[in-house]
Design a protein around this ligand. Sequence first.
Ligand code: IVH
Length: 674
Amino acid sequence: MTGRRKPEVQIAELRRLIEEHNHRYYVLDDPQITDEEYDRLFRELEDLERAHPELAVPNSPTARVGGAPIQGFSPVTHGVPMLSLANAFSDSDIIDFDRRMRERLGIEWLDYCAEPKLDGLAVSLRYERGALVRAATRGDGATGEDVTENVRTIPTVPARLHGACPRDMEVRGEVYMPRSGFVALNQRQQERNLRLFANPRNAAAGSLRQLDPRVTAGRPLKVFFYGLGGVDGVFPDTQYALLGAFADWGLPVNPEVRRVRGVTGCLEYYRVLRDRRRTLDYDIDGVVYKVDRFDRQAQAGFVARAPRWAIAHKFAAEEVHTLVESISVNVGRTGAITPVARVRPVQVGGVTVTNISLHNPQELARKDVRVGDTVSIRRAGDVIPELVRVLTEHRPLDAEPFQFPKACPVCTAPIVREGNGIIARCSGGLFCPAQRKQSILHFASRKAMDIEGLGEKLVDQLVDKGLVHDVADLYLLAAETLAGLERMGPKSAQNLKDAIDASAATELPRFLYALGIPQVGEATALALTRHFGSLEAIADADHERLQEVPDVGPAVAEGVYVFFRQDHNREIIRRLRAAGVSWPPMPRRPGSLPLQGRTVVLTGRLESMTRDEARAGLIALGAKVAGTVSARTDLVVIGAEAGSKAQRAHDLGVRTITEDEFRELLAGRLLSSQ
Ligand code: IVH
């Protein structure tokens, strides 16, 4: 590149070259220049753009490292709604589907485009005259969130398309995190004492919905495109050819896509992919068959929120066999003792499983799990691994039944049984280091005091070294003390110190929840706060007054009452306040719950909690949880891949909120009447 040419020409040429090399490297896996040469081109472009800020464009490859953070995601209305797919779980469902399709279209046999069903996040990207102008999440199907700057950082997403692509179009695809990238990311997170992601799908979702695109840029995201939204221009007349054209234009397409003939072709494809599933570097939860010809798709039309011409054929939850190497017990925050089977590490449903909780002594006895047993374990979607059964035919002759310990393995205090023997509990209370560690971790957790960076490894060290006995000690730690811990440099020590200090300015419901009072979850903490208005009033209330709070029954009242009658608890609170923990006053609203008398519907998949947790949270706020949306519905919480209920809410003008807003609502920061 010579300095004599005009800067705009040089910049344009560099951008084109870099995009081409990006494509060769990330999409075609066939780089033509060395990393050093690439870096040189990149730096040259960066220098020129810096020298000529007037020539900056959002589409430049330099934007892939991520621009400045944003305040929030703005809504994007999809030109053509993003639909969901009907699910099938058996061969006969697919045979029926094919028969219905042929009858409707009046033909003997059909070609299908068969594709892997990726377990990631759906996105819609708008290209105008070949340039990427906007990217949005699926949201509720009608409206998503603008994630353009984040999507730009994904290396395989072309900023410009090549070839004869339609003038303007929306292309749809799935953003995902390869398993290898997921493992590396979690390793990094662990080293930095940051939260681990449960699975690649959650990691992809968390990475894409970052307010700071620089964070997204550092995450190993990829994308495969599988369809069109709105389009203005000419495009091929079959799905299979369209995906071929996508590849020609530079859009990554899954290499496993095939055109198959008839239902036998579909079922064969299913089996091949199911058996190869574990060898792929990304999670798929099934395959999708789409009537290949677009004219026939148009003839078949839609039902509710899904096309009639396509169907997802889901894989059964993966089940694998492994060996129980040992059985031990964990001591939780409240002393509850959970038996855990440690197994030879296996991959199941996209994650490596090494421990499986057996929940309680009864469950362990019922399944009669023994060291040396071969067991079958299952993990479906986001669900935690489950031990399905013991393969007793493989049991070694000398395998002994597990003897449940009588004393806490950590503090040696006697283990007591509650609830008809179902719950085993360490009687050591806060003298038990395991309970202390758990209560500190709970105190620091995101929904409690939210002390970023205070993870398990650090808490272990702090307690084991005698630096922290209880949560109040956290606020007295000096940065120098923290810097003396393993894996802690002066900078991360200072960051942690800052995070601890920052957490002191809190809100009463968070603080109350952070204390770890038995039976008091987020929603109850909020209800107590709203009813009594102050910590003193809650601490002084007797059983009767406590039960005036909506949804507080005798068990919760007892938990709260006993907690505040213990001198050491009051002492810890006094020391926390002396160390600067404070909250703004909360208005008292006795008797009324934020969602009192309202009817709420949950739809779609929630990322951060289970359906049961969501339902419990809503009930605790006074809501009635209904299954269907009607004109009498007050609020609909829309999770991922929400379908007809979201549409119905939309049609009826019922208020909808996203999962994030729902979490705010549960935490008392979003008013229900907003
Ligand atoms: S087609 C109108 N193809 O599955 C057709 N979807 O349940 C709608 N998905 O939201 C989608 N791989 O996130 C299609 N090859 C594929 C897919 C796929 C994954 C996801 C997508 C969509 C959901 C529908």
